[in-house]
Design a protein around this ligand. Structure first.
Ligand SMILES: Nc1ncnc2c1ncn2[C@@H]1O[C@H](COP(=O)(O)OP(=O)(O)OP(=O)(O)O)[C@@H](O)[C@H]1O
Ligand SMILES: [Mg+2]
Length: 251
């Protein structure tokens, strides 16, 4: 199968604009926390896997999945690895908007066999950081994400990258994250402090367990205190429980 065979205009992919987004997203404390997340993932991921595929999901909307996916992929790339960030939220994509790039072409174009050139998705900020937006919104995201075509695309991409990070929709709203779970190495679950409802979180973990999803760990986003009431979710055997602080938090 030939991927990335069609060139497109690199649109408004400007380094300054992307830097601006990253500076908004990565205050000093947050950068350190994302680096810690990177280290913890290195311990959690299977050593022998050439290119781990890390899905990022949560129970509901707005908990910080996309923010986590962008920043995690960035810190992985910063370490010199070839990293691809994919916007797999084909219902409410936000990576392109956050990174101030065009949302199309993207993943759905690859899924529909239209192809695109991998070089067009290179971030000007880091030469080894690639960002694949969602592409146009399809009528059947769940089927597409779990499809044979998706599997073939990921297998091809695995040959080109050291890490792939996929931003996914929330587990309790749609089945997309569960559909793709057999194609990925594991899932990072984002919990937003004082926002994520415990009942929803329990439901999310139940669904992940039922679908045999390999949960790599949890990120406690916008953490404000050390004795979080979400600490009990450490019990989910996951090998780390990472806190990403509120942005602008004093160090
Ligand atoms: N740690 C944080 N501190 C402050 N604001 C944050 C933090 N994390 C996320 N946000 C903001 O919260 C909003 C939702 O974040 P984000 O888009 O990452 O969530 P999401 O889980 O991907 O949402 P959706 O389910 O709609 O895709 C965004 O405006 C983002 O900038
Ligand atoms: Mg999102």
């Amino acid at each position: 199968m030939k991927l990335f065979n069609k060139k497109h205009n690199p649109n408004s992919f400007s380094a300054n604009e992307i830097k601006k987004t990253l500076h908004e997203n990565l205050e000093f404390t947050a950068i350190e926390q994302y680096k810690l997340l990177r280290t913890n993932l290195d311990f959690t991921l299977p050593e022998d896997q050439k290119c781990p595929i890390i899905g990022v999901t949560s129970s509901m909307r707005g908990e910080g999945k996309s923010t986590t996916a962008v920043n995690l992929s960035y810190v992985l790339a910063e370490k010199g690895k070839n990293v691809l960030l994919i916007d797999g939220d084909l219902r409410l994509p936000s990576v392109a908007k956050k990174m101030r790039i065009s949302g199309s072409p993207g993943l759905t174009d690859l899924l529909m066999g239209k192809g695109a050139h991998i070089g067009d998705f290179q971030s000007p900020l880091l030469t080894n950081w690639y960002i694949l937006p969602s592409g146009s919104i399809p009528p059947n995201p769940s089927e597409l994400l779990g499809s044979r075509r998706m599997e073939a695309i990921l297998n091809d991409l695995k040959e080109k990258f050291d890490y792939i990070v996929i931003d996914l929709p929330p587990v309790n709203i749609v089945s997309d994250a569960l559909s793709i779970s057999s194609l990925i190495t594991g899932m990072v679950v984002v919990i937003r402090e004082e926002y994520t409802e415990k009942q929803e979180l329990e439901r999310c973990f139940r669904q992940l367990k039922l679908s045999n999803v390999n949960v790599l760990g949890c990120v406690l986003n916008e953490s404000k205190n050390s004795n979080s009431s979400y600490s009990k979710y450490k019990k989910y055997k996951y090998k780390y429980y990472q806190k990403a602080p509120q942005r602008n938090e004093a160090t």
